[in-house]
Design a binder for this molecule. Sequence first.
Ligand SMILES: [Zn+2]
Length: 154
Amino acid sequence: MSRDKDYLRLAIDVSRHCPVSSSAYAVGAVLTSLDGEILTTGYSRETGDKEHAEEVAIAKAVNANIDLSQTQIFSSMEPCSTRASKELSCCDLIIKMKIPRVIFCVKEPDLFVTCTGLKTLETAGIEILHDPTDTHMVYAINQHLFPHQEKGTP
Ligand SMILES: [Zn+2]
């Protein structure tokens, strides 16, 4: 679906707002209804030091009383399956909120933790799509974390 690509590109654009951190990625997320109405967006550290993009977008939807079981989330990076700073990973949150469909661009590199987000969500019965088309853009935005790597090569 080409609309998936548009929303994924939007999630990547949103990630440009992230405050730079030397110890965390800049990630953007867009939450839409299943028929494509944009509901909320979020980016890393938007409302707090440790916050993840998906978490921010989901929290905004919860505050707006949106039924998350009728939504899908687009993220510039694979939702985390483990995290050091909080009890719930983004995968835990997505499963808990019963979000049925997840689309992401870049597999999380093994820089901080080994991420098994794709597998975790798949196992939970969630439709998960990995579309790496714009990987180079996500790496360019996170270039400060990959000083020795060429753009676009994970
Ligand atoms: Zn996360």
